[in-house]
Design a binder for this molecule. Structure first.
Ligand SMILES: [Zn+2]
Ligand SMILES: [Zn+2]
Length: 404
């Protein structure tokens, strides 16, 4: 498999550590009836864990000890406020959470293949997600979960979600989704428009700054105990899924009521009127070049070899900001970059106010005419994540193009 970034944690552990015998490390697990015969299969698989906070921090030691190759994606940095419930060492304050987890957990198992990525989940290309055997979600907002659900559906990846709700009785939830199932539900399936809007607005989950949450929203207040209980079930289900034992797990959702000592589960049902499309991206055509190696104009020309008629590009989870406007002083900027790639500084006006993109200033579909101001820029210059997949359509046909 391809690793998103190189990571070499060994030097951080010191060089005097005696070598550990793999035979002895795995000797007891190999005698386990449930896991033993599948251990080699787990070592040959790969997972991505999105979210390395309270919940993700309890999931990761199990993955490390089991030796399951893991990519960790998290956009946050360890703060002092995280020390009370997220299990970071004090000397990790200031480090990206993904890197902090990788450094500390390599001491559990130095042969563990771990790849920390300090980024928002939306800045990792769809082609990267498509390479994993399983996606594990330990996020803290419904909006981010819905985004990950869309990634899983479009790439046809199974994913295992977990959530904690410490607002009243300590309560947790674990759900396994498999979009490859004929009747497989997605995260959005249970919602109607009003309940989805309510979930995206808030509830008790979420960190301040998470899309769909107010800047003054309270952070998730999960205790480490609640997170540990929920993580134990999530990793148990995840290993079963990796070993192909999907029956009774794929498409199931479990509720853990730690206050009432109750565990209930039920089957998730596909909603035929789901607000999400459930569409898998195929066929996918490899462009053979990375985002820095091809311009928009060249991509439109390449797409026209597969399609007949006027080709339109479609971005599926971001849009090109053609106009930013300051609500205070009215200043207008034209960045011609993906909105999600713009930094907070780039979104700030000289007067100090935060600039916004009016609906008319966002372009997620364009042909050669609409793309005229940026048609000679590479996708890298537009801020597209590496190995992203974009859609191209013409005359009712649509294909998907993957950057290398
Ligand atoms: Zn759905
Ligand atoms: Zn201004």
């Amino acid at each position: 498999m391809r690793w998103l970034q190189g990571f070499h944690g060994r030097h951080l552990l010191g060089s005097q550590r005696p070598a550990v015998s793999p035979e002895l490390r795995w000797s007891r697990l190999r005698r386990s009836q449930r896991l033993g015969c599948g251990l080699s299969q787990l070592h040959a698989s790969s997972v991505v864990l999105v979210g390395a906070g309270a919940l993700g921090g309890c999931v990761l030691p199990h993955l490390a000890m089991l030796g399951i190759p893991t990519t960790i994606i998290d956009k946050d940095v360890v703060s002092e406020e995280n020390l009370g419930n997220q299990g970071f060492a004090e000397n990790m304050v200031g480090l990206p959470k993904a890197q902090a987890r990788a450094i500390s957990l390599r001491s559990l198992n130095s042969s563990w293949r771990v790849n920390p990525v300090h980024a928002d989940l939306s800045r990792v290309g769809l082609g990267d997600y498509a390479q994993f055997d399983l996606i594990l979600c330990a996020l803290d907002s419904p909006g981010a979960r819905a985004a990950l659900s869309a990634i899983a559906v479009h790439t046809g990846r199974a994913w295992c979600d977990a959530a904690v709700d410490p607002s009243g009785v300590p309560f947790g939830r674990v759900a396994c989704y498999d979009p490859r199932l004929e009747d497989g539900a997605c995260y959005v399936c249970p919602h109607d428009p009003s309940s989805l809007a309510m979930a995206m607005r808030g509830g008790v989950e979420g960190c301040p700054g998470t899309p769909g949450r107010g800047a003054d929203a309270p952070p998730t207040l999960a205790t480490s105990m609640l997170a540990a209980a929920v993580a134990a079930l999530q990793v148990t289900w995840a290993t079963e899924m990796l070993l192909g034992r999907m029956d009774g797990i794929a498409g199931m959702e479990a509720y853990l009521d730690l206050g009432g000592c109750a565990l209930r589960r039920h089957r998730l049902v596909r909603n035929p009127r789901c607000l999400f499309t459930h569409r898998r991206f195929e066929p996918i055509e490899p462009l053979g070049v990375g985002v820095a190696g091809i311009t928009v104009a060249e991509t439109l020309r390449a797409a026209s070899t597969w399609l007949r008629g006027d080709v339109q590009m479609r971005l599926w989870r971001d849009a090109i900001a053609t106009e930013l406007r300051c609500p205070e002083c009215g200043v207008v900027r034209r960045p011609f970059r993906l909105l999600g790639s713009l930094s907070a500084a780039e979104m700030r006006c000289d007067c100090g106010a935060e600039m916004g993109a009016p609906a008319a200033g966002l372009l997620d579909r364009f042909g050669v005419d609409e793309a005229e101001p940026f048609v000679d820029r590479t996708w890298d210059e537009l801020g597209l994540p590496e190995r992203e997949i974009v859609a191209a359509g013409a005359d009712g046909c649509e294909i998907f193009l993957r950057f290398k």
